[in-house]
Design a protein around this ligand. Structure first.
Ligand SMILES: Cc1cc2nc3c(=O)[nH]c(=O)nc-3n(C[C@H](O)[C@H](O)[C@H](O)COP(=O)(O)O)c2cc1C
Length: 134
């Protein structure tokens, strides 16, 4: 099982509705290919976890990297793991600007208990770094 995390920069304004539509289309396509994961968007950057069989994940990554809705995709983790962290999420989206005391703690609490410690830290850091929607 390959577990991959990348970050990228959005090329255009994406509304919460756009993000939801992207997530729904991704979830339907991923379910057919045995891909699971999570997509966070902070108004400017994406962070996505993709997990599945090696060839399926790499083929999807190539398609995603070519998508004009974002640029400068950087893979920050590519790991072989014994089990999926989010076996029940074909693709779950989170809009992540966090405002106010306690917001990061709340966000972290919404992350699945099945997340590995490093995955939890990297997504919580991503969510904490930007405070307002772009
Ligand atoms: C940030 C981001 C994340 C995406 N995640 C997925 C995904 O998890 N699964 C998926 O099938 N498409 C995802 N897409 C959409 C793909 O880039 C692409 O549009 C889609 O797979 C259709 O590709 P096709 O037109 O070559 O069939 C994502 C796009 C963006 C911008």
């Amino acid at each position: 099982m390959v577990s991959l995390i990348y970050v990228s920069t959005a090329t255009a304004d994406l509304t919460p509705e756009d993000l939801a539509a992207l997530g729904e289309a991704a979830a339907a396509a991923n379910a057919a290919r045995g891909i699971t994961g999570m997509l966070a968007f902070n108004g400017e950057h994406f962070m996505q976890l993709l997990e599945g069989q090696d060839a399926a994940v790499e083929a999807l990554l190539a398609r995603i990297a070519a998508d004009p809705r974002h640029r400068d995709l950087v893979v920050i983790r590519r790991d072989v793991r014994p089990a999926r962290e989010v076996p029940y999420w074909s693709m779950r989206t989170f809009l992540t600007p966090l405002n106010g005391a306690g917001a990061a703690t709340e966000f972290a609490a919404r992350l699945p208990a099945t997340f590995a410690a490093d995955t939890r830290v990297v997504f919580t850091s991503f969510a904490s770094i930007k405070r307002e929607l772009a």
